[in-house]
Design a protein around this ligand. Structure first.
Ligand code: FAD
Length: 354
């Protein structure tokens, strides 16, 4: 009902970029409010106008940092599970779901052990899980062939650096490619590496000293990159692309001695996201948020193809991005509570902003 009331304000049929044109005329100003489309792994020229709410929310409510890093949210959730007598088993991958007809009755672990369950909640990347964890022939709507036809977000090339000394960088800095539109076309449509790239640098140790040892900085450099449905050969490109990124970081930040100050580095390519992170096509922001894959048109929280099976994560409703993913977890938990007669607290409304 709330969504129906909001329909006139959603700018249906317009892109995020077009919608911003209704508020800002200077091109650079418009572009500066489009970067949030990257949180969904989409180009603002393709991202639906309703996501204008992302730059709005950032400006109206501000951006928070979790001290100790985002992992602290998972740690806090794990503490709550343990306080309620729950057990968390790490490093025991699931090989497949166990089915009786279309009813999920448990999971088979890689160790060979079967764990029976009344309800199974899947948090693994949706398309990866459907194509690897569900026995063949059980799905109709999400067969491997149909999954391959869906649209997926972009991926990311990551450079994590431990650097000697403090750096003259704010907590968040976004560098746009000189030709941003063409850069996004390379990422989303042509699926090739741009020479003229955009990147985001996080220097969170200026806010949170716990992230790096005394006198050092932890840098996180994120470069939006094509997902693995293209033909970038990361085994061949990894080293030269890393050097290209570092050249541009040095040029655009003016930190000339950055290379000599690197103490430790870790690179993650879209191929690593796909193979090690178990993410379909390395599409780190999951199913794209195109109109045909939005909200209720995404795979349902109570999974429509199997019984006693629920989904959480970026591949289900409401969508990708951490706050939305946590919301998917709340929706699925509430559905389960309702089913089993367990009371749950109502969701408080966000305070209105002038
Ligand atoms: C570099 C990067 C930066 C991002 N930045 C932001 C940001 O600033 N803000 C934001 O809102 N979003 C951001 N995102 C997007 C968002 O964080 C991710 O989309 C989010 O982590 C996805 O959560 P998820 O629970 O859907 O999946 P995941 O975090 O991928 O969790 C799925 C888990 O399932 C496990 N798994 C898979 N298969 C199996 C199996 N067979 N058995 C057992 N376990 C299995 C995986 O190992 C993984 O741990 C970012 C994403 C990336 C990659």
């Amino acid at each position: 009902m709330t969504l129906l009331k909001a329909v006139p304000a959603l700018g249906i049929g317009r892109s995020l970029y077009q919608n911003l044109g209704r508020y800002f005329k200077p091109e650079k100003l418009k572009l500066s409010f489009t970067f949030q489309a990257k949180y969904l792994g989409m180009s603002p020229w393709e991202c639906p106008a309703l996501f204008t709410m992302l730059p709005y929310i950032e400006h109206a409510y501000g951006v928070e940092h979790v001290m100790g890093g985002l992992n602290q949210i998972s740690e806090a959730m794990a503490r709550v599970v343990k306080e309620h007598g729950g057990k968390i088993h790490l490093s025991c991958p699931v090989r497949s779901l166990v089915l009786d007809g279309r009813r999920v009755t448990g999971v088979l672990l890689e160790s060979g052990e079967t764990v029976a369950a009344d309800e199974v909640i899947i948090n693994a990347d949706f398309a990866h899980a459907m194509s690897h964890l569900v026995p063949k022939g059980k799905l109709k709507k999400y067969t491997p062939k149909k999954l391959a036809k869906k649209q997926y977000s972009c991926s990311t090339f990551m450079l994590y650096l431990g650097v000697e000394g403090k750096l003259p960088l704010d907590h968040h800095t976004i560098f746009f490619a000189k030709d941003y539109k063409s850069n996004l076309h390379d990422i989303s449509t042509r699926k090739v590496l741009s020479n003229d790239i955009s990147f985001y640098i996080q220097n969170a140790s200026v806010t949170d000293p716990s992230l790096a040892p005394e006198g050092k900085s932890a840098l996180y450099i994120l470069v939006p990159a094509p997902n693995q449905s293209g033909s970038v050969d990361w085994a061949a490109e990894k080293e030269s692309f890393k050097n290209h990124v570092l050249d541009l970081v040095v040029e655009r930040t003016g930190i000339k001695d950055l290379r000599s100050r690197i103490v430790v580095e870790r690179v993650i390519t879209p191929l690593n996201w796909e193979q090690d992170g178990l993410i379909y096509q390395g599409a780190t922001f999951n199913l794209a948020h195109t109109f045909s894959q939005l909200l209720y048109l995404r795979p349902r929280n109570k999974f429509e193809e199997l019984d006693h099976c629920y989904l959480v994560g970026g591949g289900t409703h409401p969508g990708s991005g951490l706050p939305t993913i946590y919301e998917s977890a709340r929706i699925s938990s509430n559905l389960l509570c309702k089913k089993h007669g367990v009371p749950f607290p109502p969701v408080p409304a966000l305070p209105a902003k002038a």
